[in-house]
Design a binder for this molecule. Structure first.
Ligand code: AMP
Length: 302
């Protein structure tokens, strides 16, 4: 089994109450693939500009990440800038410079076309669809992330892509916006009519919730004393979730629940330091140990 991701590889400028970085490696597909590669082999599809150096690409080396599908184009790499509020629950986007992303037309290398699991990170829904059209047979699991920009700006294209999506992974405000329902259970009911069979709602410091087949499962966020930079937490969560799912045989309720825990475990590491700094030094035993902590943290007797 192998996991394909399409999404942004970026340079980010980030300001949080703990510091400010003017330019660091980021992007949804970067966070996702680094996190997922702890669990499975990842096929990366994206685009970078001429300013993306060998040193920048080193984050993918020595991991199970295939970068044949990472296109290089003349021009600048996608750039995003954001600032977090004092409590880090709100984020203001200060800049989104699409650069080489503006004319991106993803082409799957032949070796990627049999991927069993696909994650369509937050990009134009037409590009997400184009990737789905290029795979050879129906993947086992297609998961999708999106944001208010596409929900409001390209609703028709998004609806078309959602028809072919198994798991929608969005945050609570996106869930409300997409469904026009404030209540998240009613929102889930609405979203299931659009195509997805499962919904993962990411709720930042409040953890994440899975809704599928009339069942719900909630996982808390790991209780950290220091959160330095929430950037990429959602994509890292998705990387842990999909990476784990691609490493096991089925997408049963039990496996989906474990995937939720591994998503939360990976997200909790991402926020400990700026950008990808914590994920870069992360070791597998640390993931196991934190997963065991989640197990203890959520056990009770009746
Ligand atoms: P997250 O914190 O999980 O929402 O992801 C943040 C990452 O997404 C950053 O590293 C950005 O480079 C990237 N990003 C932000 N806005 C966009 C966008 N409109 N399209 C694609 N990627 C984006």
């Amino acid at each position: 089994m192998s996991l394909l991701v399409v999404g942004s590889v970026a340079f980010d400028a980030v300001e949080t109450p703990h510091g400010k970085v003017d330019r660091m490696l980021g992007g949804a597909a970067t966070y996702f693939s680094v996190a997922a590669s702890f669990f499975t082999h990842v096929n990366l599809v994206g685009i970078v500009g001429a300013d993306f150096t060998e040193d920048d690409a080193s984050v993918f080396r020595g991991r199970r990440i295939d970068t044949v599908g990472l296109e290089r184009a003349d021009g600048k790499t996608f750039f995003w800038a954001g600032r977090y509020s004092e409590n880090m629950n709100e984020r203001t986007t200060l800049a989104t410079d699409l650069n080489v992303f503006a004319d991106f037309n993803p082409t799957l290398p032949p070796s990627y076309k049999a991927s069993s699991h696909i994650f369509l990170a937050n990009i134009h829904p037409a590009l997400q669809s184009s990737v789905l059209h290029q795979v050879e047979r129906r993947p086992k699991v297609v998961a999708l992330d999106t944001m208010n920009y596409w929900i409001e700006g390209t609703p028709k294209e998004l609806r078309e892509t959602l028809k072919h999506t198994d798991i929608l992974m969005i945050n609570d405000s996106e869930c409300r916006l997409l469904s026009s329902e404030h209540n998240l259970m009613l929102a889930a009911r609405h979203i299931f009519k659009l195509g997805p069979k499962a919904l993962v709602i990411k709720r930042g410091e409040h953890g994440a919730m899975l809704v599928h087949q009339n069942r719900t499962f909630s996982v808390p966020a790991y209780p950290l004393e220091q959160v330095h930079d929430p950037t990429g937490a959602g994509d890292t969560f998705a990387g842990g979730f999909m990476g784990y799912l691609a490493s096991v045989k089925s997408a049963s309720d039990a496996e989906l629940r474990r995937a939720m825990v591994y998503g939360s475990v990976m997200g909790s590491f991402a926020v400990e330091k700026f950008g990808l700094d914590r994920l870069r030094t992360l070791k597998r035993p640390e993931i196991k140990s934190r997963a065991r902590h989640f197990h203890k943290m959520t056990q009770f007797t009746l």
